[in-house]
Design a binder for this molecule. Structure first.
Ligand code: NCD
Ligand code: ZN
Length: 457
């Protein structure tokens, strides 16, 4: 299929796959990247549309290893169509869809249903994730080989942990043969019990049951031991505590095949936000109010945790950022904190909130792009690296963003059906201008400036 040709002029091109961070042009045609660098007029075919990239960053499209698109089964929370529009608006060109759907993604037919739906409805690439266990129930392994042949990106029972250590051991054993990671939602439920937020002073203040850090760390430690004994490929989903970082660091130092992801909210929001004052302390918030849009698993934690996660991400112990986009309907959140569903709608705010780390010099722009592109691609495997580079001759999956654009989050403008975010009404600095999948512009946002077509000026 022939797609139009486009040239983005004078943008800051960041391509971690080639250690590239320089101002230049990028030419796209036939769905591929044709050239990058300083392109003379002669090398641009007539009829090429010209985008003014001045002040903008161009990077490989973001890859999200962890999101919930809710289809099939929970279309009132999200659909592949709406979730893909939200992803495109957030700069994501590939979304890996978690299998806590109804039916769950535990057989090839459901994988094929999602692939088919994605072909019809999606603006971005959708990679289904297969269940580790049948029905995501935790008692019997799924047909992992059948799922792998059908094309799943990895395996996970996300929403729930693989609690049975022997099943996790078996899954890890198969993971190396299949070449696909096991992404575990590490939560020892005998420790988290009825907890609804992080254990600590805010939980005590509100009289809510706390979730100790050990609920996560104990299972990560168990899984690392199992990865060591099997040689399997372990991926830690939504790592959230300061204590989890050294566990992953030591596993990597021992040469184990262990990777980890962290979510934007765990890098930027603390448990103070549960009080409803958008980060203001209890004395300022002054009441026993709470904001159920802050309820998420793993829970938002202390500033100490947030800082440790940022450091772990910056130094590469944490391989990538994944959104854990978990859209919910209004009624799942307009209830008491205990009863509210866990989850935050993240796709459309991810870049803006993460850019805060860059503006505050806690993370370099190149590292941020790496953790959203090459980092996740490496976890998916060799064949996906093609989606995380601006190398000429590869697929044109590209994001263009304005790192300085200030905007106010307004969930009524979200493409996602999930309006559940504590960031509603807050100001962010950094916004996607355009998203390109396979050479086609799938999102065209504020700030996209076309110049006259080449040859028709
Ligand atoms: C996720 C969901 O809603 O499916 N919720 C969440 O709080 N993260 C499940 C999950 O990722 O564990
Ligand atoms: Zn989870």
């Amino acid at each position: 299929m022939e797609t139009e040709s486009l040239v983005i002029r004078q943008a800051r091109i960041i391509d971690p796959s080639r250690d590239l961070d320089q101002v230049g042009d990028i030419l796209i045609g036939n769905g591929e990247i044709l050239a990058t660098g300083s392109l003379g007029s002669d090398s641009i075919p007539d009829g090429t549309r010209v985008i003014d990239g001045t002040g903008l960053v161009v990077a490989p499209g973001f890859i999200d290893l962890h999101c919930h698109l809710r289809e099939p089964g929970f279309e009132y929370k999200e659909t592949i169509a709406a979730g893909s529009r939200a992803g495109a608006k957030g700069g994501f060109t590939t979304l890996c869809a978690m299998p806590n759907t109804d039916p769950p993604i535990d057989n090839a037919a459901v994988v094929e249903f999602i692939q088919q739906k994605a072909r019809q409805d999606s603006k971005v690439r959708i990679l289904p994730i297969g269940c580790v266990t049948k029905g995501r129930k935790g008692y019997e392994l799924s047909e992992m080989e059948e799922l792998a042949s059908a094309g799943v990106a990895c395996f996970s029972d996300d929403g729930d942990p693989v609690f049975d250590a022997n099943l996790m051991k078996l899954a890890l054993t198969y993971s190396s043969d299949l070449g696909l990671a096991i992404s575990n939602h590490c939560q020892d439920k005998s420790l988290s019990c009825n907890g609804v937020m992080a254990e600590g002073p805010v939980a005590t203040h509100l009289g809510l049951d706390g979730i100790p850090a050990a609920a996560e760390e104990a299972m990560i430690a168990r899984d690392i031991a199992l990865a060591e004994s099997t040689g399997g490929r372990l991926h830690v989903a939504h790592l959230s505590t300061a204590g989890s970082v050294p566990l992953v660091r030591e596993a990597k130092d021992r040469g184990l095949s262990v990777t980890a992801e962290v979510c934007p909210h765990h890098l930027t929001v603390t448990d103070q936000w549960v009080l409803g004052g958008k980060g203001a302390s209890a004395s300022v918030a002054g009441s026993l109010a709470y904001d159920t849009s802050t309820k998420v698993y793993p829970p938002l934690r202390s500033l100490n945790d947030v800082e440790a996660l940022i450091k772990g991400l910056a130094d590469g112990v944490i391989d990538c950022i994944a959104t854990d986009h978990a859209p919910h309907d209004l009624t799942s959140k307009q209830v008491t904190y205990q009863d509210a569903a866990f989850g935050i709608s993240v796709l459309e705010t991810a870049l803006g909130s993460l850019m805060q780390l860059v503006h505050e010099s806690k993370l370099s722009m190149v590292a941020l792009v790496d953790r959203l592109t090459l980092g996740p691609a490496k976890i998916l495997g060799e064949s996906y690296k093609e989606l995380a580079t601006l190398q000429p001759g590869t697929t044109a999956d590209i994001v263009i963003f304005d790192p300085e654009h200030e905007w106010t989050v307004d969930t009524s403008q979200f493409e996602s059906k999930g309006k559940n975010t504590p960031l509603d009404g807050t100001k962010l600095k950094g916004r996607v201008v355009a998203t390109i999948v396979g050479g086609t512009i799938v999102y065209d946002g504020p700030g996209l400036q076309f110049q006259a077509e080449k040859g028709r000026a």
